[in-house]
Ligand binder design. Structure first.
Ligand code: ZN
Length: 1009
């Protein structure tokens, strides 16, 4: 036991508590300060002052080493890291990191990109002077381990490199803006790593490069600091909640590692992959006091290398063990986080052959020191939490910083001590990724050159390229053998005798030249495989509460063909690497009418808005011209110069055919609708994904709150379409209409003031976030639709709109046993002549998160009931067999009239009794029109978890409900979500473009059925 800390009397006095004796493994370095290095006494004293209990710190962070040349965080903060009342803006954090860079050759700051609002993101490298000097040479060596093809998969060569290289441990802070502790912890951590001469820290510094992005969500950080400052200036008042974090989304910024749509994701991914880092460790705050949730709970993501699962355990349990030995309560792993979804920021490492890690520490959402009371389940001792948190404590930001820094330092030290193993693993994981075709398969994914949706295909491939996946193109046509597909078993076939027919034979498929091949013999094959493959979450899985989405298959959600090929001959096809994937766009042929086939590609809407003066019509029927087939909804463009159209088409990847004559087919104009985009002040995240999609597509809209729209007297004069995307949180009538109670409390402004210069950014503002849509607003929306406007709602706003009576003949229910947790489900086209369906095929896929379940009714004002299957009408107990008629003794039998039949998605037929004085019977031409429905039960699950799917199977998924002169278009699916659902965007865009002709193609019987 060679513990040397507390050698100075002054420090002993400061310490107050004592630490339990720390048991060390053989040759392990003690976590203790260097007695020869002086401490910064004033700083150290404050550490103790702000730490609320002696057991909320550790021998690693209960002092600060002094330096004559290197400034401490106090230089910028005015107090120490974790001091009450101090929350630095990102630029203050950067300022400090750059002071460090100036003061010591052990620190180097890199700019890694900008946010949506133009703020800088940085990465700070801290290591020994020598390591910092040799960053580039080291990176070159790491690159060889990262791509074993460069050393011909030679393990001996890898071992040589492993012995030489310095590994990189990448730490990212405060992606979630209300989780405020990381920046100050990371400022102090950088200082300690640069300055501390204790053997424990020196080993980390000499052996590992610590890379730090102290603020990931920079826009959100600055808003959060604003709110905290406002709170300090108005200490007796309630403060506004952080309704915007980044420009587009809030908490979901940590669900973007699949689609890579946000700048922060792109910047961190580029840094992680570019530096060839081994670990990505993301800092969060929620549960007490430190939860290493990477080890998590089942099910584990199916595409990770099992080596990684072991690494999670090895590092995570060491972490728990080290901190437990310090006597710090509430440090644990496991818990209730499953590692199924690869959408988390940290998971970039898991999918790129590194190690993903994540801490939840305990934050106060600001820098106030506060009494915190836990729930019984939070302070209970469990098998994985032997030293649980305390039921009630005074908790400070300093306590949080102590936990974050102690966890990170013990992790860094353990990682450094075992770095040769981790580096070898890094190589092995990359090697095993490269060997995927012959190991577990598949050999490749193929995206055919004759894809009818080249624009969507390019979008998907561009996501893969952002993920650092290599894409190739076949130079000639080729044929592969496809694995035999097992026939789908219907659940009803269970009782049937086992079919003893021949097993299905494998088939072959020919792909044309120019088809895209995503080879699986590359180091980052894992992420491509995870995104393109199908997911299955068993309803019997012991994990009953999936942490996030359970399915995401990108080919399905992008509505493009992706073929999983196990035949390794695909790798021998002559092919070229593609540097940039772009959908080809052109104008071909001769003539004055330009036709664009409609395959539900979002670029068509972009083109409509870009060519402002062009006259565009949609063909209401399919047609053929010049030997080419055009789908229903195809564009006929006039009044545009060929040169303009050519430029726009090539920019957007749209293929235009010039026709000699306009086809003789019924058409209607496609106009650039004036769009109002509605948000609440309750939550802006789920709609944020819609904004992001529209911005990317160049579709203009006026963004406004429910408060603002209620004040516009004549909505129809200004707008054609109102989009009311999902609220995602608490979207009931009361919160949306009435808002947050104003009968007490103070106004909660969301506006720029001297204390809050960053709040508004590029979004919206209000004097008081509390008021909702109000009943006036409800009236305005109602009037807008009645007078001919189109209101589009999805998921929770659909339920809301129905509760408010915006449409009749349709109702929404929640499932009783149904569990569809962020899954990809099958859809079917019901009414192909509706403009909303233009370009879509009979079979499709969509993102669904538990509905709502729509049911139609033919009777106005009837509370819809989820319609059950035919078993409702089974015969009663009586004579005969199950399909015989019953009889009545002493009476001649009568034949019951045949019950009118209808499909689950249809309006039920009007019964004779309902027709008597049937003033409530909705004429069939005014009934809701079902455009898409959910697939049959057996075809419902495409990817993810579908349990109790019978409840929603066959029910309407997208409905166009006429109301007055206008329409309410209701989605049960969420068509625009996390940049992952490109295939369903056009359902929304079609509604927008055909706003004044939505009833086109409507087939209605003149009489009610
Ligand atoms: Zn978080």
């Amino acid at each position: 036991m060679n513990r040397v800390f507390r050698s100075k009397l002054v420090l002993l006095a400061l310490l107050g508590g004592t630490f339990a004796p720390y048991a060390l493994a053989d040759s392990e370095t003690a976590p203790a300060r260097d007695p020869k290095q002086p401490v910064d006494a004033a700083y150290t004293e404050k550490i103790h002052k702000y730490t609320t209990q002696p057991y909320f710190t550790s021998p690693l962070v209960d002092y600060l080493p002094a330096s004559k040349t290197v400034p401490t965080p106090q230089a910028v903060l005015g107090d120490i890291s974790g001091a009450p009342g101090i929350l630095p803006y990102a630029e203050d954090v950067y300022k400090y990191m750059r002071l460090l860079e100036k003061a010591t050759p052990r620190v180097k700051v890199f700019s890694i990109g900008k946010t949506e609002e133009g703020r800088e993101m940085i990465a700070v490298a801290v290591s020994s002077e020598e390591n910092i000097k040799n960053l580039e040479e080291n990176r070159a060596r790491l690159a060889k381990l990262a791509d074993p093809r460069t050393i011909k998969l030679d393990d001996a060569e890898a071992d040589k490199l492993v012995a030489q290289v310095v590994p990189i441990y990448y730490i990212t802070g405060t992606i979630h803006s209300p989780e405020t502790g990381a920046p100050t912890a990371l400022m102090e951590l950088a200082y300690r790593l640069a300055v501390d001469e204790s053997p424990y820290i020196k080993e980390i510094r000499d052996g590992t490069i610590t890379l730090i992005t102290p603020v990931v969500e920079v826009d959100g950080r600055d808003r959060m600091v604003d709110i905290y400052k406002w709170h300090l200036a108005h200490p007796k008042q309630f403060f506004p909640w952080l309704v915007y974090w980044g420009k587009y989304v809030a908490h979901d910024n940590n669900r973007d590692a699949m689609g890579v749509t946000l700048k922060l994701t792109e910047n961190v991914l580029k840094t992680y992959v570019g530096w060839k880092a081994q670990v990505l460790h993301d800092l969060h705050e929620s549960v007490p006091y430190l939860y290493d949730n990477t080890i998590g709970d089942e099910p584990y993501n199916a595409w990770i290398d099992p080596i990684l699962a072991d690494e999670w355990q090895i590092i995570g349990w060491n972490n728990v063990s080290a901190m437990t030995k310090f006597g710090m309560p509430g440090v644990f792993a496991h818990g209730d986080f499953d590692t199924w979804s690869p959408g988390y920021l940290m998971f970039m490492a898991a999918m790129h052959n590194g190690i993903s890690r994540l801490y939840e520490t305990f934050g106060n959402g600001g820098a106030d020191t506060e009494e915190r009371t836990l729930q019984p389940e939070e302070y209970a001792r469990t098998w994985y939490r032997q030293n649980p948190p305390l039921p009630k404590v005074l908790w400070s930001q300093r306590d949080n910083n102590n936990y974050e820094e102690t966890g990170l330092l013990t992790s860094l030290h353990f990682f450094n001590e075992n770095k040769r193993m981790f580096l070898k693993n890094f190589y092995l994981k990359a090697k095993r990724s490269t060997m995927k075709p012959t190991a577990e398969g598949p050999a490749a994914y193929v995206l055919p050159a004759d894809e009818p949706r080249p624009g969507l295909q390019a979008e998907l491939l561009q996501v893969l390229q952002k993920q650092a996946v290599e894409i190739s193109r076949a130079k000639s046509a080729f044929t592969v053998t496809l694995a035999a597909k097992k026939p789908k078993k219907s659940t009803k076939d269970k009782d049937k005798k086992e079919d003893k027919a021949e097993p299905p034979a494998p088939t072959t498929r020919e792909f044309p030249a120019g088809s895209y091949i995503v080879r699986m013999d590359q180091p980052y094959s894992r992420i491509a495989d995870a995104l393109l493959d199908h997911q299955y979450w068993s309803p019997d899985d012991p994990q009953k509460t999936p942490y996030d989405d359970t399915g995401w298959t990108f080919g399905e959600l992008f509505h493009v063909q992706v073929t999983r090929v196990t035949d390794t001959r695909v790798l021998d096809v002559p092919m070229d690497r593609v540097s940039e994937v772009r959908a080809p766009g052109w104008v071909k042929g001769d003539g004055a009418v330009f036709a664009i086939n409609n395959n539900a590609e979002p670029a068509l809407a972009t083109l409509r808005y870009k060519l402002k003066d062009a006259a565009i019509d949609a063909a209401e029927e399919p047609f053929e011209s010049g030997g080419k087939k055009f789908n229903r909804g195809s564009f006929l463009v006039r009044n545009v110069s060929r040169a303009d159209l050519d430029r726009t088409a090539s920019e957007l990847g749209v293929q235009v055919t010039a026709l000699g004559n306009a086809p003789s087919v019924k058409t209607h104009p496609v106009r650039a609708a004036r769009i109002a985009f509605l948000h609440t002040w309750l939550s802006t995240q789920t709609e944020g994904w819609w904004r992001l999609a529209l911005d990317k597509l160049g579709i203009p809209y006026d963004y406004m709150s429910t408060q603002a729209i209620a004040k516009i007297p004549d909505l129809n004069a200004k707008y054609d379409v109102i989009l009311f995307p999902p609220v995602g949180f608490n979207a009931g009538v009361n919160p949306v209409v009435n808002g947050v109670p104003t009968a007490w409390g103070n106004p909660l402004p969301w506006k720029n003031t001297p204390e809050t210069p960053n709040l508004v950014g590029k979004n919206d503002s209000t004097d008081d976030m509390r008021p909702g849509l109000g009943w006036d607003g409800v009236g305005r929306l109602q009037e807008f639709v009645q007078k001919g406007g189109v209101l589009l709602t999805a998921t929770d706003t659909s339920s809301l709109g129905l509760s408010l009576g915006f449409a009749d003949g349709i109702s929404a229910q929640n499932g009783s046993k149904m569990k569809i947790v962020g899954s990809v489900v099958g859809t079917r086209l019901v009414d192909d002549s509706s403009p909303i369906a233009y370009g879509y095929d009979e079979k499709g896929a969509a993102y669904c998160d538990n509905g709502p379940i729509f049911s139609l009714s033919s009777i106005a004002g009837q509370r819809g009931r989820r319609r059950l299957g035919p078993e409702m009408h089974a015969r009663p107990t009586g004579r005969g067999s199950s399909d015989d008629p019953d009889f009545t003794v002493g009476r001649v039998g009568v034949e019951a009239p045949e019950e009118p039949k209808s499909e689950t998605w249809e309006s039920p037929p009007v019964m004779d009794e309902q027709k008597r004085n049937g003033f409530r019977v909705i004429p069939s031409s005014l009934r809701p029109r079902v455009i898409f429905r959910y697939a049959d039960s057996k075809d419902l699950l495409i990817s993810g978890l579908v349990e109790g799917g019978d409840e929603i199977a066959q029910h309407p998924a997208v409905v166009d409900a006429p109301s007055g002169k206008g329409h309410v278009v209701l989605f049960s699916i969420n068509p625009v979500y996390r940049g992952e659902t490109w295939g369903t965007y056009s359902m929304v865009l079609n509604t927008i473009l055909n706003f004044d002709n939505l009833s086109a193609g409507r087939k209605d019987a003149t009489e009610a059925k």
